[in-house]
Write a protein that binds this ligand. Structure first.
Ligand SMILES: [Zn+2]
Length: 492
């Protein structure tokens, strides 16, 4: 019976493996040439252009299985977003991560199709941002698709650091068709000349005379008839020779992100494509441009640990705060710690806003290694920091629910508190009593003493923290009936 189970598991794991091989198709966008682009191309001068970089919000939806597995990893997301913004740098368009990451555990959406994908987008879309859904499969054998003014779906194995799928789909979302527009799904013998028209669409000629009405309607993207994933030669051109309707030979330009050339060939948008995307953002998506804050790249220098200090042995293990000096321009961090200095086993990984994190997952008497990956909403290219280490002890800190008799709740808000800002305590007591409080460093140095009179019910009190350096502090509270401690983090 056990042996049968193992065979079944092997078969199952092979089946799962087969599903994760690279999609054989590329883009499933079905919008063709959107009405907005028809209007734009009829009179581009009537549309706005920008001299400044446009900042466009993107909402990330990570789709996993119903059991909560299979999500695209956070470091992978930062890498993919880095590639996306690099691809759009020359277009003077930059994307930023709006809000927190949305996690959607749903088997139907994990491997969806156009119908279930539309249903998912209708259910989860955040208005006035570009909603991007990263799942296992956005349609059989597809890397991704864009649904104009609805959302963008991406396969997690098509947005690796060297892939341009995300950029391609956002190009569609900002109105761009394929340069081979009209040829999608058309079965052609490339040894023969192209027809004059395909499905009512004019075929673009090498002489360029019909370039503004044929193909994608842009004259600086030359004719391209290749509607399947194709490799390029050392000059970045297609290897397949094509023939235009007048009998002139051509090779496709593989540098265009909107073509079907392989990822290693493509890297750019044309000037006319850029002008169209900017005009699209400024007119059709003007309400998306509500935050044009300029964000600067993160300075990823060495980490300055505040707690635990480098090489420290600390006495406790069960609730350890990690605190570090903030890195310039970083608003978020991925925190990783491991018992292995090369981070290949038992890696715990968290995303945190601000320069601290409290872990309750450490074990006693172990040496740990930790590192950070700093980022902000727009700049996600920074690598991991240098590595720091500390050793846990075998003592436990006071459990959170270890309250003094007569107190029913003690909340410290905010925690961490910004240096210089007051620390608030919200205390619920069952009777009136005197409460004494001492704020000290982990080493026991007293930095403040306070005394309050509590009445029955809820009391809010405040502790000023002027001039206290950032770090972890211990707040000891005592009444006639006992005492308790709470950790307080002061962030810079
Ligand atoms: Zn496409």
């Amino acid at each position: 019976m056990i042996r049968i189970t193992i065979v079944l598991l092997l078969l199952l794991s092979q089946g799962l493996h087969a599903q994760t091989t690279a999609p054989t198709h590329w883009c499933g966008t079905q919008d063709g040439k959107v009405a907005w682009l028809e209007d734009y191309q009829a009179n581009p001068m009537a549309f706005p252009r920008s001299v400044d970089t446009l900042y466009i919000p993107v909402t990330i939806h990570l789709v996993g299985t119903s059991g909560g597995a299979g999500y695209f990893g956070l470091p992978d997301l930062l890498d993919a977003f880095c590639t996306l913004n690099r691809d759009f740098e020359n277009a003077s368009i930059q994307f930023y991560l709006e809000g927190g990451i949305s996690y959607i555990p749903n088997n139907t959406y994990y491997n969806h199709n156009f119908d279930t994908g539309s249903e998912m987008m209708a259910a989860y879309n955040v208005p006035n941002t570009i909603n991007c859904y990263i799942s296992n499969s956005p349609g059989e054998n597809l890397c991704g698709y864009s649904a104009y003014n609805l959302g963008v779906a991406l396969a997690k194995n098509c947005i690796q650091p060297d892939d341009h799928t995300w950029s391609h789909e956002l190009g569609h979302y900002l109105s761009l068709p394929h340069p081979f527009y009209g040829w999608e799904g058309y079965d052609h013998d490339y040894g023969k000349p192209a027809p004059e028209q395909i499905n009512g669409n004019l075929v673009e000629r090498v002489d360029g005379l019909n370039c503004n009405v044929a193909g994608d309607g842009f004259c600086d993207t030359p004719p391209d008839y290749l509607n399947y994933r194709w490799p390029c030669n050392t000059l970045g051109e297609s290897i397949v020779l094509q023939t235009d309707p007048l009998g002139v030979k051509l090779k496709s330009d593989g540098s265009f992100i909107m073509s079907y050339s392989s990822d290693e060939c493509s890297y750019r948008f044309s000037d006319e494509q850029i002008a169209a995307m900017q005009a699209n953002a400024l007119s059709d998506k003007a309400e998306f441009l509500y935050d044009q804050t300029v964000r600067y790249p993160v300075y990823a220098g060495p980490v300055v640990p505040v707690f635990p200090g480098e090489g420290d042995t600390i006495s406790t293990f069960n609730e350890i705060p990690f605190v570090w000096e903030p890195m310039p321009e970083a608003t978020h961090y991925i925190v990783e710690y491991s018992i292995n200095p090369n981070f290949n086993t038992a890696v715990f990984q968290f995303m945190t806003v601000g320069n601290s994190w409290v872990s309750s997952k450490l074990v006693k008497n172990k040496t740990y290694y930790w590192r950070l990956r700093p980022y902000n909403a727009q700049h996600t290219c920074e690598a991991y920091s240098d590595i720091h280490t500390f050793t846990t002890g075998d003592q436990t800190t006071t459990a959170v629910d270890d309250l003094i008799d007569g107190l029913s709740a003690v909340h410290i808000l905010p925690n961490p508190v910004q240096s210089g800002a007051p620390l608030g305590l919200q205390i619920s007591s069952e009777r009136s009593m005197e409460l004494n409080s001492v704020l000290m460093t982990p080493g026991g140095q007293v930095v403040g003493r306070y005394q309050w009179r509590l009445e029955r019910g809820q009391t809010r009190v405040q502790i000023d923290t002027p001039g206290l350096p950032s770090g972890m502090y211990v707040l000891k509270l005592s009444t006639a009936d006992g005492q308790m401690v709470r950790k307080v983090l002061i962030a810079r």
